[in-house]
Write a protein that binds this ligand. Structure first.
Ligand code: GLU
Length: 450
């Protein structure tokens, strides 16, 4: 790292002493950018590109007061971090989970900026959410919370300003309640203000599955590069929310299968794969109780291993962590390396600690693909939803799926090309970061010091 990069990194660390997740992603990205930034350091320094990329345009924090079914008041913290708008309106999800802090929002907003750029669509980076968890709350409680949350948020967002969507804890139900309140306050029909909506009021077909579908399309390209096909492949994943479910569904469509999946209570091993009606059962199980996957084992008579993750199992071809950040630490990474499995395809945002990622990238027999690229199909399909809302027109499921496939192939190709051009060879992690960076950096320099 040259003097410019080191200075910026030191400044970012000094300015964010408590923000561990945010610093983790900044360090990971900087590591990839070394050959590119060093080559054009004067230009980037002149326009303070790295400094500005690491400091959000603005971050909004607000109190959310709501009342539960028993009449008891609750106070939560709401956030929206508007990170970077160089290439389009802020775009990124809302996460409702009890461990959400400003740090979570900043790490996700920073990642989102690079990811959105990779899609080649006109969307900037932002993220928001709350330390409120919908788990165990009634529909009416979730509705009151969402209404209170939007009563603060609405003044900061808009179809050309900032377009939130879902993330962990925010699905179709929450987006519906949030949209209803936005419409009530503004008295306008601006359904381009949120994505992940229900189809009846402007949602896009395929959006719920898009992140998982996109991840499998990206995986197909990786396999192609190795002269392999996806057919017959067995996959181990963590998480079985919309993202994991989308992976299961697309894998099944393409003749592969998810044979292991892990949840908060342990993991399932289903050698026949999650296919057919089992896919519907996953949805049912999740709706009843998102914290336990054991009911799947009870229903289908397969193995359930409580209290642990499935990383390290040998009878699969591909690992796809699709749950949450830092799911795979160095100990798990060592088990993954020992298993002999060749493909480690990140899906959740930052699912690997930096230590574990460096370790895995150093293993000659493993191909590592980064989440920023692999999971970008979700937000890309959100951008398609925005297009459909502006056009007052709906594409068919086939049209959306085809566009998604196209975007994912492009992301893969752009990543391969960026790493090769930077002299790094076949490096999907560095290539993704570089390709995402270049577009945002160009736009920031063109628009001057703002
Ligand atoms: N939360 C998703 C992500 O991490 C989707 C964001 C969106 O659709 O705006 O990319």
């Amino acid at each position: 790292m040259n003097a410019y990069m080191q200075r910026v990194l030191d400044e970012v660390k000094a300015r964010n002493p408590h923000e561990k997740l945010f610093l983790q992603t900044v360090e990971e990205v900087f590591d990839s950018l070394v050959p590119i930034v060093e080559k054009h350091s004067d230009q980037y320094e002149k326009y303070a590109v790295l400094e500005r990329m690491c400091e959000p345009d603005r971050q909004i924090q607000f109190r959310v007061t709501w009342v539960d079914d028993a009449g008891k008041p609750h106070v939560n913290r709401g956030f929206r971090v508007q990170f970077n708008s160089a290439i389009g309106p802020y775009k990124g999800g809302l996460r409702f989970a009890s461990d959400v802090t400003l740090d979570t929002m900043k790490f996700l907003g920073f990642e989102q900026t690079f990811k959105n750029s990779l899609t080649s669509l006109p969307i900037g980076g932002g993220k928001g959410g709350s330390d409120f968890s919908p788990i165990g709350k009634s529909d009416m409680e979730v509705m009151r919370f969402c209404q209170a949350f939007m009563t603060e948020l609405w003044r900061h967002i808009g179809p050309d300003v900032d377009v939130p969507a879902g993330d962990i804890g925010v699905g179709g139900r929450e987006i519906g309640f949030l949209y209803g309140q936005y419409k009530r306050i503004k008295a306008v029909w601006e359904n381009g203000v949120l994505t992940g909506k229900g189809f009846s009021y402007g949602g896009s077909l395929i959006r719920p599955e898009a992140t998982g579908y996109g991840a499998v399309y990206y995986l197909q390209e990786v396999l192609k590069h190795e002269g392999e096909s996806i057919e017959g492949k067995r996959i181990a994943i963590s998480g079985y929310g919309n993202v994991g479910w989308g992976i299961m569904k697309k894998a099944a469509q393409l003749g592969a299968k998810v044979t292991y999946f892990a949840g908060p209570d342990g993991y399932i091993h289903d050698p026949d794969g999650v296919v057919g009606e089992k896919l519907d059962f996953i949805l049912e199980m999740r709706a009843k109780d998102p914290m336990h996957c054991k009911p799947y084992a009870d229903k289908y008579g397969v193995e359930f291993v409580p209290g642990t993750k499935c990383w390290g199992v040998k009878d699969v071809d591909i690992y796809m962590p699709a749950a949450t950040q830092n799911d795979v630490n160095l100990d798990w990474a060592k088990k993954i390396a020992e298993s002999g499995v060749k493909y480690y395809i990140e899906v959740a945002n930052m699912p690997t600690t930096n230590e574990a990622l460096t370790f895995l990238r150093g293993q000659k027999h493993i191909i590592v693909a980064p989440s920023k690229a692999v999971n970008a199909g979700g937000v890309a399909t959100s951008a398609f939803e925005m297009s459909q809302n502006s056009m007052r027109y709906n594409w068919t499921a086939e049209e959306v799926d085809e566009k998604l496939h196209h975007v994912m192939t492009n992301i893969y190709n752009a990543s391969v090309e960026a790493a090769e051009k930077a002299g790094l060879g076949y490096d999907l992690v560095a290539g993704g970061n570089i390709a995402g960076f270049l577009r945002v950096a160009d736009a920031m320099m063109a628009q001057g010091l703002v």
